[in-house]
Design a protein around this ligand. Structure first.
Ligand SMILES: Cc1cc2nc3c(=O)[nH]c(=O)nc-3n(C[C@H](O)[C@H](O)[C@H](O)COP(=O)(O)OP(=O)(O)OC[C@H]3O[C@@H](n4cnc5c(N)ncnc54)[C@H](O)[C@@H]3O)c2cc1C
Ligand code: SF4
Length: 502
């Protein structure tokens, strides 16, 4: 079909496997399958990030690369913004590049409690190592840590805490600090510059601006998908029908359950859409007398490690001034005063490994995440922000803004310590979450898991899930590497299934 005819209208395609989504999960499955000689069609609702100039302002990049302009979020006992990507590379294109393996304790629990074999005791090491090699994972070098991270290291060490440079997937990173808007140097090995091009080089076909509406099933077997083709402004310009005996759903933890429901694959009482975890996160900003120049270096380069076992992860974060402005306390002259001190300001992030379980509901054709943060997670968040505030005072901060409504400015260590005991509610924090997971969880027990340990959706033949939805619980640390390792394993299983005809 020529380019003119392609511009609008209805199209049909045939493939052995169709993969929905080009993020951490989908791109890896597509690449592994294509390199094993399978005929793969990869579908992505978003477009290539190169469609927006690298030098465009952050808000323009957010509008183009994030779903709903970055404003997707939860309803429940507070609003939590949960930004996700809608572009080739999915959320990996706009993420911070941190690449942790899941802690052994988590993998051991997933094996023991949820019946996923060969995870504990190094069972997933081979898949992890394969992904790390593909992405060039290495610790952030000292010169790219950035002055903001060095301040936190100074404060943490003064209090006797351990810090570590984060392992990242950025080859030739120059510390330009705009990872969340798509790396302009293509240093960050998001899947749009790593696994997707490899998949295409191995023969996979990629169709962008194709929003899958339904997985098609006949007689209990997958037969393909139907998608809406989208024009430059997101308007429908035609239909894409794909015939394929195997369908991999990798639309991300917020969207995979809704797509399965729209396809009639989430019967009432099923596990699909349940067990949503988010890793709720917030930030603490601090003002120093000395220049900080927080925009220099890698924004997420360092972690304070001492509190991981209690589910508190302190990791770097910095946002450009135009996005920082609305989050700072005060108005009028007071706000102007704070903004004029941006060069002396530092900020660091805190995320918690949540025990709250939310759910994704499909209402009016849209997926709506529902999440009521429980008291134990509220307490954990309060402690995380108190700890970070103490670290900043130990580093010499003049004042600290912990992102808590009742305590917009802290001026002493005593106030930072008192924060841990304030009677706070979920709605008192400025919350965001970057790691939705767990809505179509994997496991050995059909009653407790929607997907079997090979990634096969239960109750239908030929449908697989391969994204963050699979996690049976919080991964405690940043999830992308574990999503990719599981996707690697699922793809290898699919290749083996094809060879044996199962
Ligand atoms: C700002 C930010 C920073 C982060 N930093 C880190 C980090 O440093 N380290 C880390 O480990 N994790 C990080 N994450 C999280 C990580 O990127 C995600 O957990 C991961 O990308 C999820 O992978 P996935 O395959 O489940 O979904 P995604 O990567 O979100 O991919 C899903 C893809 O499916 C597409 N899609 C959805 N529905 C359809 C449909 N119907 N038809 C066609 N296509 C569809 C979407 O457009 C998207 O491209 C961060 C996230 C954010 C937002
Ligand atoms: S700091 Fe800059 S160069 Fe490095 S990965 Fe992020 S955006 Fe790319």
């Amino acid at each position: 079909m020529n380019a003119e005819a392609e511009r609008s209208g209805d199209i049909e395609e045939l493939a052995e496997v169709v993969v929905i989504g080009t993020g951490a999960g989908g791109a890896v499955v597509a690449c592994e399958l294509a390199e094993a000689g399978v005929d793969v069609l990869l579908l992505e609702e978003g477009d290539h990030s190169a469609r927006v100039p690298a030098g465009a302002p952050p808000l323009a990049r957010i509008g183009a690369l994030y779903r709903d302009g970055g404003m997707s979020g939860t309803v429940g006992n507070t609003f939590i913004t949960v930004p996700i990507g809608r572009t080739v590379g999915g959320t990996t294109t706009i993420n911070s590049g941190t690449c942790w393996r899941a802690p052994e304790e988590i993998l051991e629990r997933w094996e023991r409690e949820f019946g996923i074999p060969a995870l504990a005791g190094g069972g997933l090491d081979d898949e992890y190592a394969r992904v790390e090699k593909a992405l060039g994972v290495a610790p952030v070098p000292e010169e790219l840590l950035g002055p903001g991270a060095r301040l936190v290291r100074r404060g943490a060490e003064a209090l006797g805490f351990e810090t570590t440079p984060l392992p990242r997937n950025a080859i030739g990173c120059r510390g330009t600090g705009v990872c969340a808007f798509g790396c302009p140097r293509h240093a960050k090995q998001s899947t749009d510059v790593s696994y997707v091009p490899r998949a295409v080089a191995a023969g996979a076909r990629l169709r962008t601006c194709a929003r899958v509406e339904r997985v098609l099933v006949e007689g209990g077997r997958a037969t393909g998908v139907v998608a809406t083709r989208l024009g430059a402004r997101g308007e429908p310009i035609g239909t894409l029908r794909v015939r394929a005996a195997r369908v991999v759903v990798a639309a991300g933890a917020l969207l995979t359950p809704g797509l399965l429901a729209a396809s009639g694959l989430a019967p009432r009482g099923s596990e699909i859409g349940l067990h949503l975890r988010l890793h709720p996160a917030s930030r603490v900003a601090a003002l120093f007398d000395e220049p900080v120049r927080s925009w220099e270096g890698v924004p997420q380069s360092l972690q304070v490690r001492d509190f991981e076992a209690e589910g508190i992860v302190l990791q770097g974060i910095w946002v450009p001034p135009q996005l920082l402005a609305p989050t700072l306390p005060g108005a009028g002259a007071e706000h102007e005063h704070r903004m004029s001190a941006v060069g002396r300001m530092a900020s660091f992030g805190a995320l918690i490994s949540d025990t709250t379980e939310g759910r994704v509901r499909r209402i009016g054709g849209r997926s709506l995440p529902w999440y009521r943060m429980n008291a134990s997670d509220v307490g954990r968040m309060r402690r995380a922000l108190s700890l970070l505030s103490r670290i900043y005072f130990a580093a010499g901060a003049r004042e600290v803004d912990p992102g808590v409504r009742q305590a917009p400015v802290l001026r002493s260590v005593a106030e930072a310590e008192a924060l841990e005991h304030l009677p706070l509610r979920a709605a008192d924090f400025e919350l965001m979450a970057f790691h939705p997971m767990g809505t179509t969880r994997m496991g050995g027990d059909a009653k407790r898991s929607a997907v079997d340990p090979a990634g096969r959706l239960r109750g239908v033949s030929g449908v697989y899930v391969a994204d963050a939805s699979l996690f049976p619980s919080s991964s405690r640390l940043n999830p992308q590497l574990t999503i990719m390792a599981l996707a690697t394993r699922i793809a290898r299983g699919m290749v083996a299934d094809a060879r044996t005809g199962t």
